[in-house]
Design a protein around this ligand. Structure first.
Ligand SMILES: [Zn+2]
Length: 173
């Protein structure tokens, strides 16, 4: 007990030390944010889309599809089946993996065009068309292949050729 009187200064010393470290910690400069060079990763993008789907809700997914695409004037998509919004976004992802992330696919038809076959799924809001006619043949091929694989069992992907060439995507029954 002889050295008990030393306890007070020692405790005081550590208290001051603690305060000093707290101040130093607060003084540390805010780390500067250096955005890394953007590298597009199609798989990561798809995962992101899938994460976005749930909290977004139906109308959110629809808005996302409209945002990620351009639409030819007159295209009517407002009554599109919600599942077609998701399928549309997956097609957008396919375009991105072939054409790069900056590519904005164009939807050329929904439930609008009077020239589809009478029983066409377009009139049931279960089909959309994408523009592909200005792409290279190799790009078209890759897009059709990837889309077909990705939507297997859920949607039919048809490469409509000829003067009205486009990519037709319709929901399977
Ligand atoms: Zn079509």
């Amino acid at each position: 007990m002889k050295y008990l009187y030393l306890l007070a200064p020692i405790l005081a010393f550590f208290a001051i030390l603690a305060v000093y470290f707290l101040i130093q910690t607060n003084r540390r400069p805010v780390p500067h944010y250096e955005p890394e060079e953007f590298v597009f990763d199609a798989e990561e993008y798809l995962r992101q889309l899938q994460r976005e789907h749930k909290p977004l809700g139906k109308s959110g997914v629809h808005r996302l599809l409209l945002k990620r695409t351009r639409q030819k004037p007159g295209v009517y998509l407002e009554s599109l089946e919600p599942v077609m919004d998701s399928i549309g976004l997956e097609i957008v992802n396919v375009f991105h993996s072939v054409m790069g992330f900056d590519y904005v696919p164009v939807i050329t038809s929904g439930n609008d065009w009077p020239y589809h076959a009478r029983m066409s799924k377009h009139y049931q809001n279960k089909a959309i068309d994408f523009r592909i006619k200005f792409l290279l043949n190799e790009e078209k091929k890759s897009i059709v292949e990837l889309a077909t694989k990705k939507l297997e069992g859920r949607a039919r992907v048809i490469w409509e050729k000829g003067s009205m060439e486009h990519l037709h995507v319709e929901l399977l029954d």
